[in-house]
Design a protein around this ligand. Sequence first.
Ligand code: ZN
Length: 531
Amino acid sequence: MKVLFLAIASLLLFSCSQNKSDIDKALQSINEAELETIIKTLASDEFEGRAPYSEGERKTINYLKNKFENLGLKPVNGDSYFQEIELVELISSAPSIMTISGEKGKVELDHANEFVAQTRHITDKIIVQNAEFVFAGYGIVAPEYNWNDYEHLDVKDKFVIVMVNDPGYHSQDSTLFTGNAMTYYGRWRYKYEEAARQGAAGIFVVHETGAAGYPWTVVRNGWTGPEFYLKTENGNKDRAEIEGWFNLEKTREIFRLAGYDFDAELDKAKTPGYKGLELGLKSSLSISNQIIESTSNNVLAKLEGSERPDEYLVYMGHWDHLGIDTTLEGDQIYNGARDNAAGIASILEIAEAFTTLPEKPKRSIIFFATAVEEQGLLGSSYYVKNPLVPLNKTVAAINIDGPNVFGRTKDITLVGYGQSELDKYVKKAAREHGRYIHADPTPEKGFYYRSDHFTFALAGVPAIYLKAGIKHVSKPESYMQDQLAKWTAEYYHLTNDEYDPEWWNLAGLVEPRRIGGRYPTSNGNWSRIEH
Ligand SMILES: [Zn+2]
């Protein structure tokens, strides 16, 4: 994967005079031993899970600064390698039980196990009293798909329940939205924004593992701890007061109480013209906040270009992870080894390779370790609002998050294929290295919207997100998919995301250059695009 990244850069940036043996030499500086050292260090307990505004942050950003300095890279923010981000940390306490009442009785939901609720309003306490419940299908207003789930509903000051993902996914109809592939409308992030525009008091997204792309544990861990937000002038008063999730089982119970069958309603909701439901149920919810102002830091360094130094290519990956949870039994540290110590190690190794080249690339290259990604892509969002080099001179952003740690593959996955003109460079580079690319095999999980390149894409910068291939060079056919599925189910955002020399194999990160292509192409089981 590394070579591919470098190769992409070489296609974009190197002059023809850049000698192939020089490039090969630079590539050799990318090696497993160095990657392992960096991953082990950043994912060690000493770095405390790299939470924003923690001792773990201080250690991490200083480690990165030293690495950049030692490579002879220059700061991007004046004479500083850091870009400070003003944050507000909200520690919300939701009630342990949420009670939803109707004429025929009530349903009680257990906090963390069956519902989560937070507020983004930067205020001590939010109280929503006796708000009615409305089911608004997928909670999507998408004129380009001729879709408006709110058209027939008044949700002002009410609680809205919406299903995660989009109608294309649930119908598997390729003419509806983008079929199985999740659109941005499928993401909770969008659904929360839309509910706020509609004036809802609160919104609950219904979780289902397949449709969300991850199990409930990810919701529970993501929505029950302290939450960071960018400091805003309006204190986030433009957001719905309450943002949360319901699990599927309880949602079915809530609908039964209202006299409806949730699955039948969902079935109707995926067809155009669905009008939504007034459920005839009510609930009150109050959430108190502890408000802590804090900061975190993006870390950026650059290698000045030789011909067009004021144009930039960005390699990015987030340095932060989930920190420590002292309420857990046993292991309390979220080490984040694959997510994303491995990505940072990749970027540092790529940076080293570039500095090893005798000739500098034509354009400048920025190496960007983003902050607070895990809390909603905040570091990269802050950056695109406060860019240190002009965004219209930023030709491309290449994001590395959770890279391939399961060995060498014949292919490479281009998440969000078709979203950017950079696709063609990836194809070229892959071909040069005897590999082929394919689109994300699980586009329904919405990975394109789940890491920092997406904030660059939203700001108009061509941005790509490359992931592990799915065809291992020597293991059985399903090996890579099995490892990736296992990792998502048992390691993603859990404390056991640790460096594992028994399981991991970093050879896929240092894939040697193979001129001419040695491996056969895919048998077409997956949506291979081209080889
Ligand atoms: Zn990540």
